[in-house]
Design a protein around this ligand. Structure first.
Ligand code: NDP
Ligand code: HSE
Length: 425
């Protein structure tokens, strides 16, 4: 029986879940997968967390050298979060020949190339299933199960906090600020919710997922990002009337040899499988040229769901004789613009407030026409001296839309452009 020493960095939410699964499932993992996993050391500052889990306190410290110097430890799983000291500790472990498993999407998406260089030097493995979409086995699907396909697109709800907020706004007609408070009190959103609500968390995940899907490094600076903090509940309500659900989407597509990667709120038709993904659940919809559509759905966060992905990586790493690395050039995060699309095409929902006077729609339509933009439908609602107008725009380029809106903004009968929401079919 192969005995494999494991170390854990952190005993917070994910570390605690991982510890519990490793303890509870120790015997079944041994029986079913032929590896006897032994937790030999844990780094954690807060002893109360260790006591609550019943961890033997003699294996806890804050010193990475206790792990580096233990030759029996072959796998180190990290759930500190943040960049440092996580990154330096993991590089040290890799150079010492210990494989790493991480849930830390921010650190991983920014420093994957450095970690991979260290992994190759140390002949160690790099595993990161838990970094994207928590317990949903998306990384393994992309790396182990799609070899017979060129992936054409992946589109996902990869952040539970924002999906919880948008679902509540839609289902209960609540305002963004009120639902955010509830998400914070339930522990979904952090005290500083910026990474979730401004789309950074989704962008980190999309960088990792699209690099794997398209076998090309997709660094963060190649991803367009927009969050949900400016979403008004009125647009969710209008969207519903038009048959759409609003989601924060992470989208990667490869068309004509060029990759486009973007994170932004988008309307999807209520019949689309992603429209049914509610609350803190996540899902990723993939299209392969041979398999067609695939959708993976499940919990993208939480102690046991994320611990499930971590333990799956630990068992996987423990059973490898030789670790494999990225299929693409991963030496740097400085990648030329050449392989990336500089524009992208969508349908659009645009809401604006105008003076209710003759000629206003003609002036706006003319600005759209000058930019070769075709209007699908117009809905107007008069409110006193003003009118609220919603334009649904046929598929067109983002650049053209932005140019048209610059021209529309300065028409003296246009009071404000209140919302621009992309529509994905
Ligand atoms: P927590 O804050 O709950 O846990 C982190 C733990 O690590 C804390 O107990 C912290 O102690 C400890 N720690 C941090 N730095 C050190 C250090 N230098 N030495 C010793 N102990 C340290 O975070 P989570 O478990 O929620 O998240 C961990 C990682 O997993 C993050 O990268 C996150 O993005 C990722 N992730 C989280 C998910 C979730 O559902 N929570 C889902 C998927 C990924 P202290 O609190 O005292 O600082
Ligand atoms: N903050 C993240 C979310 C945690 O809300 O989905 C999982 O990565």
């Amino acid at each position: 029986m192969k005995k494999v020493g494991v170390a854990l960095l952190g005993l917070g939410t994910v570390g605690g879940g991982t510890y519990r699964i490793l303890k509870n499932n120790h015997d079944s993992i041994k029986k079913n997968y032929g590896v006897d996993l032994e937790i030999r050391h844990i780094l954690e500052k807060d002893m109360t967390k260790a006591r609550a889990l019943g961890v033997d306190e003699s294996i806890i410290s804050c010193d990475i050298n206790n792990i580096i110097n233990d030759a029996e430890i072959k796998i180190v799983a990290e759930f500190f979060g943040g960049i440092e000291p996580a990154k330096s500790f993991l590089i040290k472990c890799l150079l010492a020949g210990k494989s790493i498993v991480t849930a830390n999407k921010e650190m991983f998406s920014k420093y994957w190339h450095e970690l991979e260089a260290a992994a190759k030097k140390g002949k160690a493995g790099l595993y990161f299933e838990a970094s994207c979409v928590g317990g949903v086995p998306i990384i393994r699907t992309l790396t182990q199960s799609m070899q017979g396909n060129n992936i054409l697109s992946l589109m996902g709800i990869v952040n539970g906090t924002t999906n919880f907020i948008l679902s509540k706004m839609a289902d209960e007609g609540l305002a963004y600020a009120d639902v955010l408070k509830e998400a914070q009190s339930l522990g979904y959103a952090e005290a500083d919710p910026t990474a979730d609500v401004e789309g950074f968390d989704s962008m980190y995940k999309l960088s990792i997922l699209s690099s794997l899907a398209f076998h090309t490094k997709v660094p963060l600076d190649k991803i367009y990002r927009e969050g949900i903090s400016k979403i008004d509940k009125i647009d969710i309500e209008y969207g519903k009337k038009f048959g759409y659900a609003l989601k924060l989407l992470a989208i990667g597509k490869k068309q004509g040899g060029k990759i486009e990667a973007r994170v932004h709120p988008a309307f999807v038709p209520s019949s689309h499988p992603l429209a049914a993904v509610k609350g803190s659940f996540n899902a990723v919809h993939i299209i392969g040229d041979n398999v067609g559509d695939i959708m993976l759905y499940g919990r993208g966060a939480g102690d046991l769901p994320t611990g499930s992905a971590i333990v799956s990586d630990i068992v996987f790493a423990a059973r490898q004789d030789k670790h494999r690395h990225a299929t693409f050039n991963n030496l740097t995060d400085k990648v030329s613009d050449r392989g990336f699309s500089k524009d992208f095409c969508c349908e659009y929902y645009i809401r604006m407030t105008v003076k209710d006077v003759p000629g206003v729609i003609a002036a706006i339509s003319s600005a759209f026409a000058k930019n070769s933009i075709s209007i699908n439908s117009i809905q107007q609602q008069v409110q006193g001296q003003n009118a609220s107008i919603i334009f649904m725009i046929h598929k067109t380029g983002e650049r053209g839309i932005k140019k048209a809106l610059e021209a529309i903004r300065v028409i003296n009968t246009v009071e404000s452009i209140d919302a621009l929401i992309r529509v994905e079919e």
